[in-house]
Design a protein around this ligand. Sequence first.
Ligand SMILES: O=C(O)CCC(=O)C(=O)O
Length: 268
Amino acid sequence: MSTSPRPTISISDDQIQFFRENGYLAIDEITTAEELDRMRIAYDEIFAQQAGREEGMEFDLAGTDEDDTIASLPQILNPKKYADALNNTLYEANALAISIQLLGEDTTQRGCHAIFKPARFGAPTPWHQDEAYWDPSGNYLSLSVWMPLQEATLDNGCMQFIPGSHKKEILNHHHINNNPKIHGLEVDDGQADLSKAVACPLPPGGATFHYSRTLHYTSPNTSDIPRRAFILGFGIPQPLREHPRDLYWQKETNTYAAQKRETSKKNT
Ligand SMILES: O=C(O)CCC(=O)C(=O)O
């Protein structure tokens, strides 16, 4: 059994300060080219197999996700379950070490997902805050680490952020195309000044960090290469809220994948 590597990088006080002020941070290198090569092979395999589809873990983030349609924005939840090469990585060790610097000593890893944008095909990931998807009875001190497995550019869908938006409450969101059969959420018009967006192009194996309330977006992939992203979540448990938030858009959600996850939970 392989064990977790030791972290090899740390960030400066200026970078920590930048993250706290702006709600995001980009770094040029979080893992090695060798590890990235191994991960890329495994990543392409699990997307080709649509790993986890039966149990609702693979689905189209931006479409209605019928079995006979081509996904416009394929996503796999918990891809580590389907590929050994995505476990015990230097990426995760470094991501945890930096997340501890950003959030605090008690930070732990809390889930992961992978979003694939095939070359010259598919949808944007619309502007959203991650907490818009999460349990409304929770409080969160959390961030995501986003690593591209190839170069990430404006043309293939690098991350874009609205600086300072992590200081806002959870904004109103709706399902893409106002269709509750689509998993993906989008912030309502007029909730934020999107002209302030900052794009973060990265080399392969670079990474961005963002708080769970930082507004972010990626464009459709108009380039000739596939865009692969592997995202790890980190956080520190917080006390539950006395009164849950009214995230009314979640009550409408009615996706095939959510139904499959429900059935799969009942059967285990
Ligand atoms: O990879 C993408 O297109 C979007 C990623 C994202 O929304 C996230 O990491 O929270």
